[in-house]
Design a protein around this ligand. Structure first.
Ligand SMILES: [Zn+2]
Length: 440
């Protein structure tokens, strides 16, 4: 390469890095906490901004994952040594894993429906084009629907699947199920799984899937945080929040100011808002916003759910997130002794346990079930809790999909179809038991 080309290349590279967040050389570590004193030490590590944690909250029986930049690596290792903490290396180069997730190699499974497939992760335009295609191909069953606009003015688009549109069975007060995908934008397996469910509802010949598809009027939104989702493709793969510019400020040293550009939508709903597991600092990943429902995305979801509650019997609300393989039952701010606050907790728990068993049957994938405070961490202001709280939908869950943390948000594309298949097993089982318990 001659020197002019080399300078040209350098210019491109420096321009690119000025726009995009690059995770070259970042390492991902897992730390298993042995006791409460180690929990304190991790809080200190977070405070010192030596690494970026992938989850919020630390607890003794849970692994924590922390991502460390090449610049901070030496300091990180020194910190571990001083504090006598053990960490194991999960990913040697986070950017390499991101690149691999975007451009998977050697996936044998061939699976596609119209212009969409489940052998790779797809961006928002590809998704929205596909939803339009579905409407065109299933004019009597599928209608696209826009529940509102995001901060940056993008449509929050989904579809309604209704097999009783034009026949005598048409019901003025239908049974309804709603699926919410990708409130947190970096959790890409959520889009992939929700789109798979749509595909199965429209094309599967399995009688159990047909029953589930045709018993309910389904309102399905694969991406309810479109700005954040686009941002994970264009700028920062690890972006979680929406892109609200209202509260941008200068963040502490070691934290990019861009971090303050956004609200955690799953802390912004008006249910015990800012009570626990949420932050009032816009430089954090769990920033709850200045007031409940400050964000157009959360308001759009709430208005849509209330409307569904008026036009029919909303039986299911399921929010798909990742990762850690959990089925969370409302409410997330209470521990088990106060589980009764969501009136039919025991039924929701029992149904979820049976779903988890059904999920495990296919590949042995283990899901845990319970209150967020007990199986993960306490939090408040989440959408699925709000749906339970405000319209008392009988069955409301937040499902944390694969994996347990080996790849976390960077789950390889060859796990999309297995994840989707076992999740569908879980939904079928959920519906059997919900019906058996006379919820409809
Ligand atoms: Zn999430």
């Amino acid at each position: 390469m001659n020197s002019i080309n080399f300078i040209f290349l350098l210019t491109i590279l420096s321009f690119a890095s000025a726009v995009k967040v690059n995770y070259d050389g970042y390492k991902l570590y897992k730390i298993s906490l042995k006791d409460d004193s180690e929990v304190q030490v991790l809080a200190k590590l977070q405070e010192a901004r030596i690494g970026e944690f992938w989850e919020d909250g630390f607890r003794v029986d849970r692994d924590s994952k922390v991502m460390v930049s090449p610049q901070k690596h030496e300091q990180f290792i020194e910190f571990l040594r001083t504090e006598n903490i053990e960490a194991s290396l999960l990913l040697d180069d986070v950017q390499r894993t991101i690149d691999k997730q975007r451009n998977p190699e050697n996936i044998n499974a061939s699976s596609s429906y119209l212009s969409y497939d489940w052998t790779a992760y797809h961006d928002l335009d590809t998704l929205y084009n596909w939803l339009d295609e579905l409407e065109a191909h299933h004019p009597n069953v599928v209608k696209t629907v826009v529940m509102g606009q995001s901060v940056e003015g993008r449509d929050i688009k989904g579809i309604v699947i209704n097999y009783h549109n034009d026949n005598a069975e048409s019901d003025s007060h239908p049974l309804i199920g709603m699926l919410e995908g990708t409130l947190h934008s970096r959790e890409w397996i959520s889009v992939a799984t929700v789109t798979w469910i749509i595909k199965e509802f429209l094309t599967s010949e399995d009688p159990e899937i047909r029953h589930l598809a045709e018993t309910f009027e389904w309102h399905i939104f694969p991406v309810v945080n479109p700005d954040g989702y686009v941002y994970t493709f264009t700028d920062n793969r690890m972006w979680r929040k929406n892109r609200s510019p209202e509260n941008t400020k200068t963040c502490a040293e070691g934290v990019d100011d861009d971090m303050s550009h956004g609200v955690d939508l799953n802390r912004n709903f008006e249910v015990e808002w800012m009570v626990i597991g949420a932050s009032n600092d816009s430089c954090t990943n769990t920033y709850a916003g200045p007031i409940p429902f400050s964000e157009p995305e959360s308001r759009a979801i709430a208005q849509y759910v209330r409307r569904l509650d008026q036009i029919g019997r909303l039986i299911y609300y399921i929010a798909f997130h990742s990762y850690t393989q959990l089925i969370l039952v409302p409410y997330s701010h209470v521990y088990i002794e106060n589980a009764w606050e969501s009136r039919n907790y025991a039924d929701m728990y029992e149904i979820a346990i049976k779903s988890a068993d059904a999920i495990a049957k296919r590949y042995g994938t283990q899901y845990r079930v319970g209150l967020s405070a007990n199986v993960m961490y306490p939090m408040s202001g989440g959408s699925f809790d709000w749906v339970k709280y405000d319209v008392n939908v009988p069955i409301s869950y937040l499902i944390e999909l694969r994996d347990l943390g080996e790849y976390g948000f960077l789950l390889p594309a060859d796990q999309i179809i297995p994840t989707a298949l076992e999740t569908m097993d879980g939904l079928i089982e959920m519906d059997k038991n919900t019906k058996a318990l006379n919820y409809y």
